[in-house]
Ligand binder design. Structure first.
Ligand code: GAR
Length: 210
């Protein structure tokens, strides 16, 4: 049975595009944005994917909005919900409802630099290696079980923008891969550590960005 995926976005949607264009054995059932102006919605519409805008500013509080959001998502009966640049903290009730089938991509090598402005913070710390992480979402922000990471070098003349671009290229590589593994039923969550079925050495999890 084809894995049905709902993608949540807030903006540009370049990860959405990478996922759609990777030719994965999945069906993108819908794209939902909490910001009606998100460019990713236009991309989805142009591809004939149901695209839904749910403006969070018209909800009285997070719990109300997330209940509405969960209701919209459930209409599409997803096997997997993918956060692709979804820039709102999710309520515990929402996470509990989708836990185990809820993925996020974060622009740092977690557990370093959870939260916002990761590239600026990485440069300020002087780290020599930076990157991105795909993980299962739990109720601890940016801390769920890690599926795959990609590392990139930090160069002496990097700005937050040049570093972000280098990391983003790797995001576009590892998110489709993680979703493929999920769709193939290969991800095993062993007490918070994710193993990849059919890969006893887990070597393929060691992605390396250029
Ligand atoms: C990506 O860099 C993603 O990792 C980040 O937002 C960007 C969205 O870009 N997500 C977070 O910071 C979540 N904490 P996109 O809309 O072009 O995919």
């Amino acid at each position: 049975m084809t894995c049905r995926v709902v993608v949540l976005i807030s903006g540009r949607g370049s990860n959405l595009r990478a996922i759609v264009e990777a030719g994965l054995p999945i069906e993108i059932a819908a794209v939902v944005s909490n910001r009606p102006q998100a460019a990713g919605l236009d991309y989805a519409r142009a591809r004939g994917i149901p695209a839904i805008a749910l403006d969070h500013t018209s909800s009285p509080d997070r719990a109300t909005f997330d209940t509405q959001l969960a209701g919209e998502i459930e209409r599409f009966h997803p096997d997997l919900v993918v956060l692709a640049g979804y820039m709102r903290i999710l309520s515990p009730a929402f996470i509990a409802r989708f836990e185990g089938r809820l993925l996020n991509i974060h622009p740092s090598l977690l557990p370093m630099f959870p939260g916002l402005d990761t590239h600026t913070r990485a440069l300020a710390e002087g780290v020599k290696v930076h990157g991105c992480t795909v993980h299962f979402v739990t109720d601890k922000l940016d801390h769920g079980p890690i599926i795959i990471q990609a590392a990139v070098p930090v160069r002496a003349d990097d700005t937050p923008d040049t570093l972000a671009a280098r990391v983003l290229a790797q995001e576009h590589r590892i998110y489709p891969l993680a979703i493929r593994w999920f769709a193939e039923g290969r991800l095993v969550n062993n007490h918070g550590r994710v193993n990849l079925k059919g890969d006893p050495t887990s070597q393929s999890v060691l992605a390396n960005g250029g």
